[in-house]
Write a protein that binds this ligand. Sequence first.
Ligand SMILES: Cc1cc2nc3c(=O)[nH]c(=O)nc-3n(C[C@H](O)[C@H](O)[C@H](O)COP(=O)(O)O)c2cc1C
Length: 153
Amino acid sequence: MTSEASQSESVYTIVYVSRLNGKMDRDRLRELNDQAREKNAQLGLTGLLVHKANHFLQVIEGGKKEVEEIMEAIKKDPRHKDVTMIARVPDQPRRFSRWSMAIADWPEDNEELSNAYDNLLEEMRNYGSRLGPPAPIIDFLESLSRHGTFFEG
Ligand SMILES: Cc1cc2nc3c(=O)[nH]c(=O)nc-3n(C[C@H](O)[C@H](O)[C@H](O)COP(=O)(O)O)c2cc1C
């Protein structure tokens, strides 16, 4: 076990994908990030929000009540639609503790990562919660989070 893993705390984790409703430019993403970061910090939530082409993919982790409540608010947000739940994992280590919320700016030069993400997104859209155990998805998102760049708080 690494020292990082030994600090792990058990959290409730949710993963979903959605489709953008309208346009999302950098300013709007920043606005969304600022909103989410502040509230998530208050609620002890962490995670990763990825925007690419017409989709969002988000992982949110924290206390079950807080995660489910924020998810209810997010589902109603007019900035996106077709929210598809991929997974709810009751008890796993916190994986995104560095961020209250962050939006990855795509590492455009990393074609391998970009293609892997496109494939994953397509599988998610096709299979939704029937996709199987979410561990590989969360692993992939964690590796993505090491390559993207983030809005700083
Ligand atoms: C794709 C997407 C992801 C979001 N993620 C979060 C989030 O992680 N945390 C959060 O507080 N709000 C998030 N929001 C914003 C919420 O939908 C909502 O606007 C916000 O929580 C409203 O807060 P308020 O009721 O305090 O104004 C997200 C919105 C979108 C469209």
